[in-house]
Ligand binder design. Structure first.
Ligand code: AVI
Length: 334
């Protein structure tokens, strides 16, 4: 499943990997973009992460949907028929809860999942259409991060756009605004957005629990992080020894984000053969030098409101779990 969708379309992936690696690993400090996590092995590891006891995000958001689906849908539809769009839908496993609630109030629903992965979308279409009579799935293979969005508006319906799973958190504030503005261009005033965001540590959430979610005892997140190096070896013929890189998860309070890094445990050289995007590279790592692989931004009520306000939305209602770990915000296009 492709959860983070800042990924280029399939036939451009090999070239994009080469460009990303060339730019990121010759920068100082070294970085790699998190979309590189999601090859097949990485996508499977992410699925495993979502089931870990420490990784509360997925099950908490699912519980919020289970507890509030009818209210969310009623609030979004304001008496009209809803059509649903989802950014970065992947296999759309949590979306079924909202689709079921929508179908309780109208006999037919059009659902347009947007994702770069045609196979994930096809899987979603088959399983959702089989489970929900009255549902029409119109897969939209696109990269909503880099391309203008094109959304179909069924006649006289109100659109409800879903951007859930804390996916927005993996983008910088500027990128996040670019994504929501791209979406807003396709909406009209009165349409709705449901945004899932993980919350910053504070009164109810302690920093240690947040860090554990990104550094689990079983080492699955560490394997997920290191897999980025295995992917570069597989795709570009590099000679990373992933075992010589330590997984690091750090809370950056000033930026309100968890950062994931890979720290070289030794002084070493990594070679990447020449490819269409780049001449051969010989990369030097100092002992302790890191590659910054991911940011996962954490929000407050205020920062969610600010983000939405900057992109042409107003926050209407925030749905939370009992422990205030995660927020699902229903916003209106203005
Ligand atoms: C996909 N994304 C919302 C996850 C997150 O929590 O930022 C990716 C992840 N990285 C480490 N664990 C999970």
């Amino acid at each position: 499943m492709s959860t983070l969708t800042a990924v280029p379309v399939v036939n451009e992936i090999a070239h994009a990997v080469a460009c990303e690696v060339r730019d990121g690993l010759t920068a100082n400090p070294k970085t790699l973009s998190p979309w590189l996590f999601y090859d097949e092995a990485g996508s499977n590891l992410f699925e495993e992460i979502t089931r870990l006891p420490e990784y509360y995000l997925t099950r908490t958001e699912r519980q919020i949907f289970t507890d509030h689906a009818d209210e969310i849908v009623e609030q979004a539809r304001q008496g009209k028929c809803l059509a649903i769009v989802e950014l970065g839908a992947g296999t759309a496993t949590k979306t079924g809860i909202l689709l079921r609630a929508t179908l309780r109030g109208q006999s037919r629903v059009v659902y347009q999942p947007v994702d770069v992965s045609p196979s994930a979308l096809e899987e979603a279409r088959e399983s959702l259409e089989a489970s929900f009579p009255g549902l029409t799935v119109r897969p939209n293979v696109a990269n909503y991060v880099t391309e203008p969005l094109v959304i179909d508006r069924p006649p006289s319906s109100r659109l409800l756009a879903l951007y859930i799973g804390s996916s927005i958190g993996n983008f910088t504030p500027a990128e996040a605004r670019g994504i929501l503005r791209n979406l807003r261009e396709q909406l009209i005033p009165g349409d709705a957005l449901l945004l899932g965001t993980d919350l910053a540590p504070g009164e109810h959430k302690d920093e240690a629990a947040l860090l554990d979610a990104y550094d689990d005892a079983a080492g699955v997140t560490a394997a997920f992080n290191r897999n980025i190096l295995a992917r570069i070896n597989a795709d570009l013929g590099a000679d990373f020894d992933a075992e010589t890189f330590r997984h690091r998860a750090v809370w950056n309070a000033e930026a309100s984000r968890i950062e994931m890094h890979l720290e070289s445990t030794t002084r070493q050289t990594v070679d990447i053969p020449a490819n269409a995007a780049c001449p051969a590279l010989s990369l030097e790592f100092e002992e302790g030098e890191t590659i910054h692989t991911e940011n996962s931004y954490k929000f407050t009520e205020a920062s969610i409101g600010e983000l939405l306000g900057d992109c042409g939305f107003t926050s209407e209602k925030s749905f939370r779990d009992a422990k205030d770990l995660f927020a699902v915000t229903l916003a209106r296009a203005i």
